[in-house]
Design a binder for this molecule. Structure first.
Ligand code: ZN
Length: 434
């Protein structure tokens, strides 16, 4: 009898959604380089203890958020104070599992706000729902919207996007038409658990479509650019966050280690690949992959961008969280020659974003703003594909909920990010159609 119960528990655990019951989120306050080095070293073995770094930052005076399972709370606390140079921390979340459970319940219970398009923009959605929403947009706005796909993922899911394109010619400032319309690429969900990033892409895309010919700024900017929007880049990882583990980050490909899956698709690009701020350990959350472009998902997006780099002038790789609007480089703390041109666009975006609800963003180059992260997306789009206005944006919040941003912040995040993006598009327009 006992055997049966035990077996039943094991089987149900294998199939169940990963439990974060009593896991705590800690915010570490790192005060010197020795402490940074200590945590960097620890990060290489953290997965062995089911300890998960939510922050990618490993810098002095930058908070580092880490989730700790109940069985490691005492030993990790001891480790942090293991010498005279004690690393201080606060407990930000007492029970991550309880937050996940509460949000799941609210998601199910709260009536959706249905609008004319019959889609709840104030809720998170499964991959199937997002793909159905893309079809719905094409049906509702047939003269502006179409679908595109960059191919299939490792687990054979479509990497399906929404293209927005008007039949009007783009124009220079003086009103003369230009022959070749420039294009924009935005994506979300390259890291699976960053659910606010697909939701923000969806909100922005819908606002552009539903306000075309009503709002003069939106109408003008939709006429000036073609938009390629891939709401969910890492489709396998995203599906996995809905079915198995809310806090999964990487792709889902097999690695050389049997129980460790996936590479970090934001460390897998063939530009200064795995030179720093990335791991060669397949079990690490920042695993750069067995080789550059080992992941089919990054290969396909890079091919698409490469094939359209005569028109694509602007790329955003949306992430969460930290409220940062960043430009290359990530592989080094050095700034590219065109840094000022890129960063002035960030400044315009951050100002307009902050004017909506007062949300504060920091802007700068990745290497100096967070930490060196080589093989990342925008180093490649900028360095190899020559997409000048390439940005990595970390959306809300600054750590209160982190990846578990509540659904009631989806629309405000969408509204302020759209304001930032419209300001940035106006800035870019001034440069590419001069
Ligand atoms: Zn991310």
């Amino acid at each position: 009898m006992v055997t049966f119960i035990l077996l039943g528990t094991i089987v149900s655990n294998v199939c169940a959604y990963k439990s974060y019951s009593k896991h705590q989120l800690w915010r570490l306050h790192v005060e010197n380089n020795e402490q940074v080095a200590k945590l960097l070293e620890f990060s290489r073995i953290a997965h062995l203890h089911d300890i998960n770094f939510w922050s990618e930052e490993f810098r002095m005076n930058m908070p580092i958020d880490i989730s700790i399972p109940p069985e490691a709370i005492d030993s990790f606390s001891e480790y942090l104070s293991s010498n005279d140079d004690k690393i201080k921390y606060d407990v930000v979340m007492n029970d991550i599992g309880a937050v996940i459970d509460r949000q799941k319940l609210l998601h199910k219970l709260r009536p959706s706000t249905f609008n004319a398009d019959d889609f709840a923009y104030d809720k998170y959605h499964t991959l199937e729902d997002i793909h159905a929403w893309i079809d719905k947009m094409v049906q509702t706005y047939p003269t502006l919207a179409s679908t595109f796909t960059v191919g299939q993922s490792y687990e054979k899911r479509d990497m399906k996007g929404l293209k927005i394109s008007s039949s009007k010619l783009a124009t220079k400032r003086d009103g003369t038409p230009v022959n070749q319309k420039k294009a924009v690429w935005w994506d979300g969900g390259i890291h699976a658990r960053e659910w606010i990033s697909p939701a923000t892409n969806i909100f922005i895309a819908h606002t552009l479509l539903s306000n075309y010919s009503k709002d003069p700024t939106i109408t003008h900017l939709v006429d000036q650019f073609d938009y390629y929007i891939l709401p969910v880049f890492n489709v396998d990882g995203y599906a996995y966050t809905w079915s198995k583990d809310r806090l999964w980050r990487k792709t889902r490909s097999k690695t050389i280690i049997p129980l460790c899956f996936g590479a970090d698709p934001n460390r897998n690009w063939d530009y200064k690949w795995c030179e720093g701020g990335a791991s060669r350990d397949p079990c690490s959350d920042t695993y750069c992959g067995g080789k550059p472009f080992s992941e089919i998902e990054t290969v396909q997006v890079s091919k698409f961008i490469g094939a359209h780099n005569d028109t694509i002038v602007h790329y955003i790789n949306f992430h969460s969280y930290s409220q940062l609007w960043m430009t290359p480089w990530g592989y080094t703390t050095k700034k590219p020659d065109q840094f000022k041109l890129q960063d002035d666009g960030s400044a315009a975006a951050v100002d307009a974003l902050g004017a909506v609800f007062g949300t504060q963003y920091v802007h700068g180059n990745i290497g100096a703003t967070i930490y060196v992260a080589s093989g990342n997306t925008v180093d490649w789009t900028s360095g190899t594909a020559n997409v000048t206005f390439s940005y990595a944006v970390e959306l809300r919040d600054t750590g209160e909920y982190g990846f578990l941003l509540p659904e009631d912040q989806i629309i405000p995040t969408g509204q302020e990010t759209l304001a930032g993006e419209l300001a940035l598009l106006k800035y870019i327009e001034g440069h590419v159609y001069a």
